[in-house]
Write a protein that binds this ligand. Sequence first.
Ligand code: KE4
Length: 427
Amino acid sequence: MTSHNDTLFTRAQQSTPGGVNSPVRAFRSVGGTPRFITRAEGPYFWDADDHRYIDYIGSWGPAIVGHAHPDVVRAVQEAAARGLSFGAPTEGEIDMAELICQLVPSIEQVRLVSSGTEAAMSALRLARGATGRDMIVKFEGCYHGHADSLLVKAGSGLLTFGNPTSAGVPEDFAKHTLVLDYNDPQQLEDVFARMGDRIACVIVEPVAGNMNLLRATPAFLQAMRRLCTQHGAVLIFDEVMSGFRVARGGAQSLYDIKPDLTVLGKVIGGGLPVAAFGGRADLMKHLAPLGGVYQAGTLSGNPVTVAAGMATLKLIQAPGFYENLSAQTEKLVQGLQTAANDQGIDFCADAVGGMFGLYFRKEQPTSYATMMTCDKEAFNRFFHAMLDAGVYLAPSAFEAGFVSAQHDDAILEATFAAARKAFSALK
Ligand code: KE4
């Protein structure tokens, strides 16, 4: 019998490329039909066939307090009743800016935008405008949204400029982007020694989540901080995913490293489209209308999205919020590891705060190259076995997973029961 998901997917593909508004949702990496979600609550969501799933995506991070939290829904309803958007400043934007600066001490001033892509793109332009330099450094496996300068893969050699990873990105854009290996401090030393005075910025996910979860080594980030300071380059931490996810103060609080600019998103909007970039006031003053770096947005600081964000940021400040979230996520990965090892499956997992990675290999990956040796086919079979059992994981072997404050022990036990069956089917 044709499921409603199949019918909707067929229909969606007529009017939208791939049937989705963001590629990863199309299940191309894992195969099969994407689930069209009709509603969500707490740790669950339901698809068009009214199947319930334990959700470990949480909208790719934003749903950290659980779906449809009554405080967040009420804040959105009350804000919406006062008007959806004014194109003029509101007090709520000041409240949000002040709260972000309070929670992330490296941020002295912040600008609200509507997506992580927009925030990262704007931070790059600000770094280039403030330094008068063109070159940027990023790392293989890190994703910072789809701005042209960031859709670039490593060039043929360490010091050769990048090549576009996407059609439509001119060589002239990509040639200003150097792509290095994540967790390789020596490469950073070499590049800065050769051309440090030409580097506008280094942008990094301090806890990577777009090649699956991969922790930066302290030595890697410390070298980055030292070299950027030494050569006058701007250090940008892209914490769109890790911000308010791995710790209340983000990854920068875990590593005790102060970036010059930080990019935020996801959690700060609680599921509505708001992102942000901010940092040193002497850099931010280069932005229009004060300085020559132009950046703008019709819906930037939108009052309804700010209301969702503020309600979420209030909830995550509750005493013990991150201790509980981290404990539950650690329990999740330990339980999955045990379920796999009991079946003799090559599998390991890692957790940082409320974010986790699942790896079908014997040892924890430590680099992009080792991450790429994970058994993708095994993951895909595991993904579908879990999906059929009502557990929704990220539809790719190279994405991270997310736990909410609503993923209690009963939810974890149900996940382990599904995993034991899924792992046994892999033998
Ligand atoms: P958005 O433009 O999707 O709001 O943010 C881009 C972005 C920037 N920086 C980091 C570290 C990110 O993780 C993201 C977006 N993350 C992906 C998850 N792999 C969003 C999911 C999607 O692309 O549909």
